[in-house]
Design a protein. Structure first.
Length: 441
């Protein structure tokens, strides 16, 4: 079960994604937050100091590839295991081999792909061997390990979160596939940068999906005396999607998200759902859309309906965890809710106004009465002197000054009285009236 390259590796008989699988960290695409120079996972792999860990991330971001790179670098015995095809019997056999090797000073790394597919009993079988150090466990999963991996086992593993690849990363990978001898480097392939970027967008950060699409489009391209030409029509047939071809400035990309945003703001759920469908069916990243909807929930609704943000965040998580096509209905729920919710931009205008003052009045001192005074010297300098603890008062209010002198009386948050913000507006007005009566400047 050791990982050993076969005589068929790096041949044209393998899928492009397998032929182009990175052989070392320098060829690895994306995950700079983990594998950039000086980052912890890169150091661990390069120093062969691998401990038990879980790679968690969406499909096609390099979880198995990282395990293969570790296999090539480590001095330990490396065993490649699949949770799809292996049961308790196979687990025990491997564990016994690892235990025997440990007694003679050997080290065993066990890679378990799709570890979330193992049930609790199967995962429990690993636990004593991980605890004794008989094996170093590396698991790969597309599911949240907090829910899918045994708690006791998870506590003994470091979780590394791999992110969906950026469009630029996938674009670079596709161009490498066209020039690398392991890919199409020995052939003359004509494909525009626009189509390459479209494939990258369609992949939703999945390198394997992008390479498979490129391979299919190339194999079905128009053959001629000058090589193979990949057209927009060919790509459309290979992806079963209308091509959303962004120009260099991404104008259409921003036009569509603008249309969605403005339709929700204008309380038009039908238009909002249409623009949502236009983006998703063209291959837009659902997580990107969910991120923009989450921003909308506070920027255009805010405290007029606080539940809007809760729904947006839940939908964002659903999109991140399950992806397309399943998450399309979650996004539909979000954009319809946002469209029908009461609107208020009071939070947005409050921050923008405060930001303007913060940037132009950078040296305004914090009033001494609300300064922190952890040392004797600070107390002697008057820090915190006269501080009034609101909880000690019957009204839970004081007239204490909290803004700098030059900003006294400044108002940033001005609720406009829509939805639940109407009640907050009344509350704020009563607070301001009380403070005015009790002496706040």
């Amino acid at each position: 079960m050791d990982y050993q390259p076969t005589v068929f590796e790096n041949t044209a008989s393998q899928p492009l994604a397998e032929r182009l699988r990175p052989r070392d960290l320098n060829e690895f695409c994306g995950q700079k937050h983990l594998l950039g120079e000086g980052k912890i996972l890169r150091k661990i792999i390069e120093s062969d100091a691998v401990g038990s860990m879980i790679f968690w991330g969406p499909p096609g971001v390099g979880k198995t590839t990282l395990a293969r790179i570790i296999a090539r670098r480590t001095q330990a015995k490396f065993i490649d295991f699949s949770a799809v095809t292996s049961g308790i019997k196979e687990i025990k056999q491997v564990m016994e081999q690892a235990e025997s090797s440990r007694r003679y000073g050997g080290k065993t790394i066990l890679f378990v792909d799709e570890i979330h597919r193992f049930n609790k009993a199967q995962q429990d079988a690993f636990l004593p061997y991980v605890e004794r150090g008989s094996i170093i466990l590396i698991g790969a999963t597309t599911e949240n390990p907090s829910f899918e991996v045994n708690g006791a086992l998870l506590s003994r593993c470091k979780v590394f979160v791999l992110k969906a690849l950026e469009t630029q990363d996938v674009t670079e990978l596709l161009k490498r596939a066209l020039n690398d001898e392991r890919g199409f480097g020995g052939q003359k392939i004509e494909i525009s940068d626009e189509l390459i970027e479209a494939i990258a967008v369609f992949s939703n950060g999945d390198a394997r999906s992008a390479l498979s699409t490129l391979e299919m489009a190339t194999l079905n391209g128009e053959s001629g005396p000058d090589g193979i030409k990949v057209t927009a029509d060919t790509l459309e047939q290979c992806t079963s999607k209308k091509s959303l071809l962004y120009d260099k400035k991404g104008e259409e990309h921003y036009n569509l998200i603008s249309a969605l945003h403005k339709s929700m703001r204008n309380s038009d759920p039908d238009a909002a759902v249409y623009w949502l469908a236009r983006m998703l069916e063209a291959g837009e990243d659902p997580v990107y859309v969910a991120r923009r909807v989450t921003r909308f929930a506070s920027e255009d609704i805010g405290l007029a309906d606080p539940r809007a943000l809760e729904i947006a965040v839940n939908v964002f998580e659903a999109c991140r965890l399950i992806g397309m096509p399943e998450c399309s209905v979650h996004l539909t729920e979000a954009v319809v809710y946002m469209s029908l919710a009461p609107k208020s931009n009071a939070l947005y205008t409050a921050y923008e106004s405060a930001k303007k003052d913060a940037l132009t009045m950078l040296d305004e001192p914090v009033p001494e009465v609300i300064r922190n005074a952890p040392t004797k010297l600070m107390k002697e300098l008057g820090y915190g002197k006269g501080y009034q603890y609101a909880h000690d008062t019957a009204e839970k209010l004081t007239a204490m000054q909290c803004l700098p002198d030059n900003l006294l009386g400044k108002r940033y948050y001005r609720p406009d009285g829509k939805g639940e913000e109407a009640e907050l507006k009344d509350v704020l007005e009563r607070i301001l009236e009380w403070k005015k009566k009790h002496g706040e400047s």
